[in-house]
Every structure is written in structure tokens, then in C-alpha cells.
Design a protein around this ligand. Structure first.
Ligand code: ADP
Length: 385
């Protein structure tokens, strides 16, 4: 007897959808994609795709027809549309009630406070007077629509607040103020949870952000106190359960100089801080996301090697990167390197791929992954072998 695997609809055609396609192919799970344009990253590898607007309910209804579940490459689908799909019998994973905590930072902070999750001190602000009352310096964030450091400002005076309020007003969103945290480093605790409540926790990783963009991830976070790592994993598992998350939940954290973790933000989809797991863990975050949204037993999140280093390939100021042309050198120099390109053209600051290096020696992994990412991004001259 054979049986047909249920189809999974994915909304959003970026690299996260693209990277779901690899385990989906291995497991024989058909994906159907709603993409923003005909040539975006995921349309290149998911043949069953349509181009359309994720803000249009009719489009969403058509794309998800016949699919068992719908999941997401991004968190921007309007809540009301997800509620309508859920009413029509399409299982949204994660569901709208969970997803709102990854969409709206004010809602997220309020709920985390109810759950007594450790957070920077924060408040919703509607005027410069409110920010002054909160206290300078602080961080202002748009409640919705921010990503890769856009919609985040460190403000030290009333003048600094002009731009954030102008941006917020123009885009019709609110602002929250947060205490400016003097952190040691940024960590991420990534967990996966299925509708029936099974969960798996990946090792807590260190992430290095440059100008608000994730540049590098080291798994596991070097030198992290095991008790603090355990607390971070417990916190992520607690949040996944309490918020009823299905699929991946990445909890971005600050490790403070006095040895605590504070929640920065939540992502409810495969996350850049989990890309190391493609090559460094028994089961990647992408495979576990698919297993979770289909309520299949989860795979082991255990590392395959002592260390895995992921370095993003980011477009530099000049479009001199090599990408595919860089393969001969990169592959010959390091046959153990794992390369993931997203089928995107290089543009300044754009994430176009990443490399993973794993092994027993952290410095060696760092050197290999950094060298390769710099090579692809065009930061190294031809002679620097
Ligand atoms: P995004 O939605 O763009 O990912 P984040 O809320 O993660 O925005 O903020 C982007 C970066 O800004 C963080 O990775 C961190 O480096 C810095 N940041 C954010 N909030 C704070 C804070 N309260 N204190 C200090 N730095 C912060």
C-alpha cells in the first residue's frame, strides 16, 4: 500500500521557504508556495508555486485549497486573514493567536510580562514626553514591521525621537521604548513544538549582529554557563507551550553582563540562528518545522559535532561577490565546508547565502566559515588563498 503525503502550503517565497524544500523533497512532502514574484528565492525550487499578494484573502484561500496545513516564510500575513483561513478549516501553523506575538512587539511584551518572562524594562510610548518620562538613553522600536534592525533606534535626547515618531506615523504603527541593555552578547534559544505538544530544544547558540543584521552564529554558545543555557531552553519551551506555538520558535535573548538572560524578541518560523542545524544537527530546523506543522514525531536536535559555525554571505558595498563563481576556490580549499546559496543576486547588505563549518576545533571552524563567507561576498582579492 502506498499513501499520499499531505501538502503543506507555504506563504512567502524567501530563503526560508526555499530551505524547507530540501527536507520536504527527502520526506516526499509536497509544498505549494505563494510567492511575491516569479523569480524570488523559493520559486526556483518549488515547482507548485503561484505569484500573488499575501495580504489578499482570496489569494490565500486559493493557494491553501487542498492543503492540510499552511505555514510561513515570514510573519506578515494579516491576523484577520489567518483567522478566516482557520475558520474555513485550513490548519494555520503557527496559528493567528500565537503568531501575533511575533508580529507585534507591544503585544509580545505585554504577554511576556504576564508570563513573568525576563525582559528589558519597556513601555508603549505615544509622544516624546512619554520617552522622556521613560528615561534616556533607551531603545525605540516600531511595534510592527521591523526586521534586520530596521525600526530600531537608540535614542539619547528628544531630538533623536523625531525620526522614530515620523517613521511610526508614516507607517501607521506604534512605538515601544525599551531599556538600553548593556549585554555581553546575544543568544538564541530555538525550540520546535508540534500541535500535540511534543517539543525539541536545540542547543543555545551565540549570534553576532552587525548593524542589526545577523552575521555569525556559533553553536553551542561558547563558554555559556550550563545553568543559564538550561534556563534559556526552559524559557523557550515554556513560551512555546504557553503561546501555543506550532513549528519553530526562536527566542532571541540578551546575555547580560551580570549573568541573566532577557528576551529580545520572538520569531515563529525557521530562523537565521538555526541555519547551523542544516549541517550541524541530526535534524535541521527546516525538517523539524515540517514535521511539527504536520504533527509528526520530531527529529533529534542533537549536534553532530562539538562546534558548528554559520556565517552569512552578505552583499558588500560593491557588487563584486562571486557566488557560483566562487565555488572552485571555496570547495577546493575546504572540502568539508557546507555552502547554501539562496538564488539571489548580490545587493549591498542583502543576505544571499550562508556557509556552515563544523568540527572539533572552534577556531578552525571560525576561520574556515569566515574565510569562505568573505570569499563569496567578494571581500577577499583573488590572490588571497
Ligand atoms: P529586529 O526586529 O530588526 O530583529 P530587534 O528587536 O531584534 O529588531 O533589534 C535589533 C538589534 O538591536 C538587536 O539584535 C540588538 O543588537 C539591538 N537591540 C534591540 N533591543 C535592544 C535593547 N533593549 N538594548 C540594547 N540593544 C538592543
Amino acid at each position: 500500500m502506498t499513501s499520499r503525503a499531505p501538502a503543506v502550503a507555504v506563504i512567502g517565497g524567501g530563503q526560508l521557504a526555499r530551505m524547507m524544500a530540501e527536507p520536504a523533497a527527502a520526506l516526499g512532502i509536497p509544498l505549494r508556495l505563494l510567492a511575491e514574484g516569479p523569480d524570488v528565492s523559493a520559486t526556483q525550487v518549488i515547482p507548485d508555486h503561484r505569484v500573488g499578494d499575501y495580504r489578499d484573502l482570496r489569494t490565500l484561500t486559493e493557494v491553501t485549497a487542498g492543503c492540510e496545513v499552511v505555514t510561513f516564510d515570514h510573519e506578515h500575513v494579516p491576523t484577520a486573514h489567518l483567522e478566516a483561513l482557520a475558520m474555513a478549516g485550513v490548519a494555520c501553523r503557527p496559528g493567528p493567536a500565537a503568531l501575533v506575538h511575533a508580529q507585534d512587539k507591544a503585544v509580545m511584551r505585554a504577554r511576556l510580562a504576564e508570563l513573568a518572562a525576563p525582559c528589558p524594562r519597556n513601555a508603549v510610548v505615544t509622544s516624546t514626553d512619554d520617552v522622556e518620562a521613560f528615561g534616556f538613553p533607551c531603545v525605540l522600536k516600531t511595534t510592527r514591521g521591523g526586521y534586520d534592525g530596521k525600526g530600531v533606534w537608540v535614542v539619547r535626547s528628544a531630538d533623536d525621537c523625531l525620526e522614530p515618531f515620523a517613521v511610526a506615523q508614516e507607517s501607521g504603527v506604534g512605538l515601544i521604548a525599551e531599556e538600553l541593555i548593556d549585554f555581553r552578547r546575544e543568544l538564541s534559544a530555538l525550540v520546535v513544538r508540534s500541535p500535540s505538544g511534543q517539543a525539541a530544544a536545540y542547543p543555545v547558540v551565540e549570534s553576532v549582529q552587525v548593524d542589526g543584521i545577523c552575521k555569525e552564529v556559533v553553536a553551542p554558545a561558547p563558554g555559556l554557563d550550563p545553568a543559564l543555557a538550561g534556563q534559556a531552553q526552559q524559557l523557550a519551551l515554556m513560551l512555546a507551550g504557553e503561546l501555543d506555538v506550532t513549528g519553530v520558535l526562536a527566542v532571541e535573548l540578551f546575555e547580560t553582563t551580570d549573568g541573566r538572560v532577557l528576551v529580545n524578541e520572538l520569531a515563529m518560523r525557521p530562523h537565521n540562528t538555526g541555519h547551523w542545524s542544516q549541517d550541524g544537527a541530526v535534524t535541521s530546523q527546516f525538517e523539524n518545522h515540517l514535521r511539527a506543522v504536520l504533527d509528526l514525531p520530531l527529529g533529534s536536535p542533537e549536534p553532530r559535532a562539538r562546534w558548528t559555525v554559520m556565517v552569512n554571505i552578505l552583499g558588500g558595498p560593491h557588487e563584486t561577490g562571486r557566488l557560483y563563481d566562487g565555488y572552485p576556490h571555496a570547495m577546493a580549499r575546504d572540502p568539508r565546508l557546507r555552502v547554501h546559496l539562496y538564488g539571489k543576486d548580490l545587493r549591498p547588505g542583502r543576505k544571499v547565502g550562508h556557509v556552515n563549518a563544523y568540527g572539533e576545533d572552534l577556531d578552525d571552524c571560525l576561520e574556515r566559515a569566515r574565510h569562505a563567507a568573505a570569499w563569496f561576498a567578494g571581500e577577499l582579492g583573488d590572490e588571497s588563498e
